[in-house]
Design a binder for this molecule. Sequence first.
Ligand code: ADE
Length: 248
Amino acid sequence: MNYYVLTLFPEMIDAGMNTSITGRAIASGTISLESVNIRDFAEEKRKGRVDDYPYGGGAGMVMQAEPVMRSYEYVCGRIGKPARTVYLTPQGSVFDQKMAEEFAQEENLIFLCGHYEGIDERVIEEIVTDQVSIGDYVLTGGELPAMVMMDTISRLVPGVLSNSDSAVSESFSDGLLEYPQYTRPEVWRGKSVPDILLSGHHGNVDRWRREQSISRTLEKRPDLLDSAPLDKNDRKFLRKLLEMQEQT
Ligand code: ADE
């Protein structure tokens, strides 16, 4: 997986991504990252300026089409073939795990980060294949959303997580929230670890964890239960929970 980020703040992308698990994956070559400063592609006469007043008036500044286009063309030259180009915007489709799984299949991804009041619409029409929002709130720029996407996608790339199983059993990948976790000590400030986890009986532990996932999802995100793949035992347990809810 090779990421290319078109941005006015490459140092922000590099600082965030070269840390922790994504940092390790970049260092080992499992993923690669190139942050491209759009300012380096400013028109000669504009001396590093890449924004201008909006036609029609109004507050704020708009990023010009040409520097964005040139930075995009530079990246296309590096890749040597067409790549999906994601524009981060609150107007996009809302990012979720399913979208991450789809993007994780790509070999190259280009992210376009806007600032100010936006980017000249003409270059968006020309180069963008996907418009993505990370939620219904407005950030100051597309850098954090691009990092949210790259972080989520990276952990789905084989070899990025040290124990590839941990990607499989986590919240959302099987449509349910994750079960609670505990580690030593066995009693912490008077609170004990659930007995079943100390029993050594793997079958019972698995069943308990599954039921915890279901009851947590019912409590915190009942909307997810509509599409979660539940087997016969799961549905029986869920019915029991719903009956108990009705009685209280
Ligand atoms: N840029 C500003 N806000 C954003 C959001 N919520 N998602 C993606 N890009 C953005």
